[in-house]
Design a protein around this ligand. Structure first.
Ligand code: NAD
Length: 259
């Protein structure tokens, strides 16, 4: 379905981004991998993606640094001649009550989880519009729709990216470019494992009990969403069936936001 097209997935060295990179490569897209990690691990990810018969490149742009984002988008366009799919996925978390929230962590969460998407979109959109085809997929969160305590920066950034998604969708509504957000609930990735470990330590639980407590509090299915499921949704949003899906915030959250 995506043969000959190029997808840039930010934060694709781990978790959800890696699941999306795999799903898009399986559809035939060349993939630009981004994110932190050891060179050997990243080379392994590229080899795995290339097994689908696609080309890959890695760019290590720090998504909190606009000039590096600009360089990555330009490098992708120059290597593949085009950038058709942009998945804004890179993200971090910091958990603390607002009156104890370190200002530098606030700035980092907003920069990586929200402003990076603005910069990548503004760089990539002109060529997508010229080609009259493009897909922009923002990985928001159920925290783009509802809040939880101690996550002020994350919830603000994720609500922000849902708003940004709607604006971009309206500004591209008469073109072949679409923009949508995916809003996952709990997905068992390193980002969430840190929260499970913190809970296990604070409540003196073993890892399994901490995991069950985390799910039981918010996610009615009592089961994690998987990176593969989110990858499949991203691939669907790239399909012709999704041509008129514009400006949505699609929750995949085991029923979290239905409560
Ligand atoms: P993860 O920690 O497994 O992966 C994060 C990725 O982002 C990694 O590749 C990392 O290297 C990259 N990254 C972090 N900071 C970066 C920076 N400054 N520059 C470039 N890359 C950077 O996390 P994940 O759970 O896969 O999260 C991916 C996205 O999904 C995030 O936006 C997160 O908010 C969102 N999300 C996660 C969950 C969940 O339950 N795990 C739920 C909803 C939304």
């Amino acid at each position: 379905m995506l043969k000959g097209k190029t997808a840039l997935v930010t934060g694709s060295t781990s978790g959800i981004g890696l699941g999306i990179a795999r799903a898009l490569a399986a559809q035939g897209a060349n993939v630009v991998v981004n994110g932190f990690g050891e060179a050997e691990v990243i080379a392994g990810i590229e080899r795995e993606l290339q097994a689908h018969g696609v080309a890959t490149m890695y760019h290590g742009a720090d998504m909190s640094k606009p000039p590096q984002i600009e360089d990555m988008v330009r490098a992708a366009e120059s290597r593949f001649g085009r950038l058709d799919v942009l998945v804004n996925n890179a993200g971090i978390q910091h958990v603390a009550p607002i009156d104890e929230f370190p200002p530098e962590r606030w700035d980092a969460v907003i920069a990586i989880n929200l402003s990076s998407a603005f910069h990548a979109i503004r760089m990539a959109l002109p060529k997508m519009k010229r080609a009259d085809w493009g897909r922009i997929i923002n990985i928001a969160s159920v925290h783009g729709l509802v809040a939880s305590v101690h996550k002020s920066a994350y919830v603000a950034a994720k609500h922000g990216i849902v708003g940004l998604t709607k604006v971009v969708a309206l500004e591209t509504a008469t073109t072949g470019v679409t923009c949508n957000a995916i809003c996952p609930g709990w997905v068992l990735t390193p980002l969430v494992q840190k929260q499970i470990d913190a809970r296990a330590a604070a409540e003196r639980l073993d890892s399994d009990a901490a995991r069950r407590a985390l799910l039981g509090e918010k996610q009615p299915s009592l089961d994690f969403v998987t990176p593969e499921q989110i990858g499949a949704m991203a691939a669907f949003l790239c399909s012709p069936a999704a041509n008129q899906i514009r400006g949505t915030a699609y929750n995949m959250d085991g029923g979290w936001a239905a409560q």
